[in-house]
Design a protein around this ligand. Structure first.
Ligand code: FVH
Length: 292
């Protein structure tokens, strides 16, 4: 039951870097928190901060209606909950997995009498419980379940609901992380280009970050092209020009003694799209090429 301040109690299973940060945030906000971790020593700092410690995962599940899982992977969720009575429980699974994992886990929970919200955490542990950190958690699953726990879920980080399909949080999460991976690859390639020159990485970093921020709104223009289907009206940087420009990127990498392993696959895809007759379009057609 809610405590005197109307704050629902929460069970947190999995006290790695992220689970610990989540449990601390709920404790700091005045929620009663019950914790469990496979390696019991990890519960000690939280016990010192006021958490109740369950001896077993089943005990932590039994303690509260709202049960948060933050484990290494989907397989560990299955293992940890194997012996727990999930009847009537509201599970919030913040363990990273694929959309398929989330859909299967939601059905698995339903068969065991529980409701499940899946969550994708767009934050690192130091951002948890920090207002305005920019972090948030994407949630998907039953809307009513999200609304029931919305205030509690908003404590560690912003809570953004992305749909009834239990796989959507994971899908959004992985899509964002995939874009981030491409950005990391580009950043590392850029630093490699200047590595052996008399250019201070610290000074270059400012230019690089500003440039990436300036280019980020292209996500919106891509979305507009995908939604309208119009790939050519008002194009300012067409594919034919970009493919020619890519050759300069590759030749510069050669001149600087930098591997082209990161750039080559994408430039080859762009060249293939050009050969298919899309030279007057912007780059949004690459989405169709990839999704085929
Ligand atoms: N940390 C981060 O930056 C990212 C940010 C975005 C979201 N991820 C996901 O969050 C999940 C947990 O990540 P984490 O950082 O807390 O991970 P670890 O510190 O490695 O802790 C892992 C916990 O999982 C427990 N565990 C692992 N396998 C099992 C198992 N078979 N049975 C029971 N528990 C298991 C582990 O227990 P122990 O090793 O302490 O006994 C930790 O509690 C994850 O999905 C990230 O992708 C974090």
């Amino acid at each position: 039951t809610d405590n005197a301040f109307g704050k629902p109690p929460v069970s947190v299973l999995g006290l790695g870097a992220m689970g610990t940060a989540l449990a601390r945030a709920w404790l700091a906000a005045g929620h009663e928190v019950t914790v469990w971790n496979r390696t019991p020593a990890r519960t000690e700092p939280l016990a010192a901060a006021g958490a109740r410690v369950a001896a077993t995962a089943a005990g932590a599940v039994a303690a509260n209606e709202l049960v948060v899982l933050c484990l290494l992977d989907d397989a560990s969720v299955g293992e940890v909950l194997a012996d727990a009575d999930l009847t009537g429980k509201d599970l919030v699974n913040l363990t990273t997995g694929t959309p398929g994992d989330a859909r299967a886990r939601a059905e698995w929970a339903r068969r065991r009498g529980a409701r499940l919200l899946d969550g994708g955490i767009m934050a690192v542990p130091p951002m948890i419980g920090v207002p305005d950190s920019g972090g948030y958690v994407l949630y998907s699953g039953p809307r009513a379940l999200f609304d029931t726990h919305r205030d509690t879920l908003a404590v560690p980080s912003g809570a953004r609901y992305v749909g009834e399909d239990p796989g959507f949080a994971a899908l959004h999460d992985v899509a964002l992380l995939s874009a981030m991976t491409g950005m990391f690859a580009g950043v590392h390639h850029a630093f490699a280009l200047i590595r052996k020159e008399d250019i201070a990485p610290g000074k270059f970093a400012g230019l690089l970050a500003d440039w990436l921020v300036a280019m980020a709104p292209m996500a919106h223009t891509t979305a507009e092209r995908l939604e309208s289907g119009d790939r050519t009206t008002g194009v300012v940087s067409n594919l034919a020009m970009m493919v020619t420009g890519n050759a300069t990127l590759l030749r510069t990498a050669d001149e600087q003694g930098v591997s082209t392993e990161l750039l080559t696959p994408y430039t080859e895809l762009m060249a293939r799209h050009l050969e298919d007759g899309h030279g007057e379009e912007d780059g949004s057609g690459m989405v169709d090429l990839l999704a085929r």
